[in-house]
Design a protein around this ligand. Structure first.
Ligand code: CP
Ligand code: NVA
Length: 340
């Protein structure tokens, strides 16, 4: 499997074999990290640029730690600290950074921005989240699912909440490629767009998976192996949408009732950050305003399933490391030679 030089913009561009290869590589990288193996020789002397036009905890830290573990230098460009978009076009930025760096991560707004960056950079570009997709998160989610269930093929995966944004779209794509039974459970207006649904149905047909869209929480959660949710209002969305979102999505909160209808070995997952209590500024503000203790998931569910959720967060680092390694020319064989 040779993924050297490839961009990583959306999993639409990757086959099931390639996605599974990233997961295999991530699992090996995780194993060698746990064993304390020095991997800094793998990409020593290379440098990556990390552009964040939106904030981040997991994605930024994952790219930085992973790059350092591989021996690479990193430069972080924060939402205000560069010329990008304000004084310099994306194409010009890509041309400049592509001459200095061996790879570029971009987190920001429209998917067309990361695509323009990729078209002009001349080095691999990795999507660290756009409004439409969050592909690095998918690898962490599937690695976690593998760790809990072995083979992910045939699992019933239920996504509750805003299914037409980055998380809903990307989960539907990865599930359809890897043969999971994906259910989006939300009010109709939050279903993913029809064109993407059709495309994913095709992939699901080939992989043995399926795509279901439903407004019925009881039907969706019955027999689920993985119940997944995300915040109801995403980064970059205006404050004015909160009232409507809370009214529309409250029936789709992940509660113990939902989990009790799932399989007995089911897990709850969340890309994080999560509003499961009032211990955050926004959680408190919205909680006080709308009379809530939590939002997309109850604290009871969150605490009960904290282990898989934080495993998933840790796996962001191992999988992002795999994406950088593979697209910069490191294969599984090379990593395995480091194992004692
Ligand atoms: N899940 C995720 O992307 O988290 P961050 O926003 O903290 O990077
Ligand atoms: N949908 C969320 C995902 C955060 C990881 C957002 O875009 O803010």
């Amino acid at each position: 499997m040779n993924l050297k030089g490839r961009h990583f913009l959306t999993l639409k561009d990757y086959s099931a074999e390639e996605i599974n290869y990233f997961l295999d590589l991530a699992a090996v990288l995780k194993e060698v990290k746990k064993a304390g193996t020095d991997t800094t020789g793998l990409l020593r002397g290379k440098n990556v640029a990390l552009i964040f036009e939106k904030t981040s905890t997991r994605t930024r830290c994952s790219f930085e730690v992973a790059a350092h573990d591989l021996g690479m230098g990193t430069t972080y460009l924060d939402p205000d600290g560069s010329q990008i978009g304000k004084k310099e076009s994306i194409a010009d930025t890509a041309n400049v950074l592509g001459r200095m760096f061996d790879g570029i991560e971009y987190r920001g707004y429209g998917q067309e921005i990361v695509e323009e960056l990729a078209a002009n950079a001349g080095v691999p570009v990795w999507n660290g989240l756009t409004n439409e997709y969050h592909p690095t998160q998918m690898l962490a989610d599937m690695l976690t699912a593998r760790e809990y269930f072995g083979d992910v093929k045939g699992l019933k995966f239920v996504y509750m909440g805003d299914a037409r944004y980055n998380m809903g779209n990307s989960l539907m794509i990865v599930c359809s490629k890897l043969g999971l039974h994906f259910t989006a459970c939300a009010p109709k207006k939050y279903f993913p767009n029809a064109e993407l649904v059709e495309q994913c149905k095709q992939w699901a047909k080939e992989s043995g998976g399926s795509i279901t869209l439903t407004e019925d929480v009881e039907f969706a959660s019955k027999g689920a192996h993985i119940v997944y949710t995300d915040v109801w209002v995403s980064m970059g969305e205006p404050d004015e949408v909160w009232t409507e979102r809370i009214n529309d999505l409250s029936p789709y909160k992940v509660t113990m009732d939902v989990m009790n209808r799932a399989e007995s070995n089911a897990i709850f997952m969340h890309c994080l950050p999560a509003f499961h209590d009032k211990k955050t500024k926004i959680g408190k503000e919205m909680g006080d305003r709308f009379g809530f203790e939590d939002m997309e998931v109850t604290d009871e569910v969150f605490q009960k399933y904290a282990k898989p959720v934080f495993d998933e967060a840790e796996n962001r680092m191992h999988t992002i490391k795999a994406v950088m390694a593979a697209t910069l020319g490191i294969d599984i064989g090379k990593v395995k030679t480091l194992q004692v």
